[in-house]
Design a binder for this molecule. Structure first.
Ligand code: BTN
Length: 281
């Protein structure tokens, strides 16, 4: 992100000017380097440092130019080189939802990233269930949601988003699975505008989610981008593997998969991996 005269890299003024939201990302905290923006957001939430200032932490966005220990799902590392990509975590403070519904926010964010990237580049992105955003069958974005539960309700939820924006190369292990907006469009994209477009889409989708506390009002939009829909998938569970045809999602965001007996089975994310039969999607 551009270096400004005062030594700050994140052009906060420019960002706020181009951001069309009411609550989400109205406060942005930025660091050049951090271990993980998710850890930073969680520490901020735990410290309650905003109480003296009387400000509202809900919707605060934590952005870093580089992460030294970016966290991926299932304990994996999210490689986070500086100067190219987006690493950000959104803090939702005391959202009025049940703890059980919170994992659905990962899908809400996945949809928002896909929509935001289309707004940024003009090129349609797809979703691999539950929340990988994909161009040409390869992943451009990963999402990691973490939360703290108190008395059965989320005290806070942190939704961490890593988007490969202008990365020009990937390690041999990742080349078949990962790509970037730049590699797909041939153009360097504006990361500040990218963050703004994703946050705008998230605010709209989140409002709809809060009305019903499920995905019913955004399910059609999500399914229109779901690459697995009507395709053969392999479901990899602890106890074994089976194949079926993905038919869509239910209102809780579980994947609906038709098995070989014609039964529709509901697959809960977090417990299984889903792969295409011949590729990652
Ligand atoms: C995945 O494995 O697909 C999830 C990757 C999530 C990476 C993002 S980058 C910003 C935020 N901070 C982290 O440490 N992880 C998430």
């Amino acid at each position: 992100m551009n270096k400004e005269k005062d030594g700050q890299y994140f052009p906060a003024g420019q960002f706020q000017e181009c951001l069309r939201t009411e609550r989400i990302a109205r406060q942005v905290l930025w660091k050049e380097e951090i271990d993980s923006t998710n850890n930073w957001a969680r520490e901020y939430a735990g410290s309650r440092c905003w109480t003296e200032k009387g400000t509202d932490p809900d919707g605060t966005l934590f952005v870093a130019e580089k992460q030294t220990v970016g966290k991926g799902r299932q304990g994996r590392i999210w490689t986070s080189p500086p100067g190219e990509n987006i690493y950000m975590s959104l803090l939702l403070w005391k959202p009025e939802i049940k703890a059980l519904s919170a994992s659905q926010l990962t899908l809400v964010m996945g949809l928002s990233v896909a929509q935001g990237m289309e707004k940024l580049t003009g090129r349609k992105a797809g979703i691999k269930w539950p929340n990988d955003v994909v161009y040409s069958g390869k992943k451009i974005c990963g999402i990691l949601t973490e939360m703290r539960i108190q008395e059965g309700k989320p005290e806070y939820i942190v939704i961490g988003v890593g988007i490969n924006v202008n990365q020009t190369e990937f390690s041999p292990e990742l080349q078949d699975k990962a790509t970037s907006v730049f590699l797909e469009t041939g153009k360097k994209a504006d990361r500040i505008a990218g963050i703004a477009r994703v946050m705008e889409c998230f605010e709209k989708n989140y409002r709809k989610f809060l009305r019903t506390e499920d995905l019913s009002l955004i399910r059609e939009d999500y399914e229109s981008l779901l690459l697995n829909k009507d395709r053969q998938v392999r479901i990899i569970e602890k106890k074994g593997q089976w194949q079926g045809t993905a038919r869509g999602i239910n209102n809780r965001g579980e994947l609906l998969v038709e098995d070989s007996h014609g039964n529709l089975r509901e697959i809960l994310s977090g417990e299984v991996s889903v792969r295409g039969l011949y590729s990652y999607v």
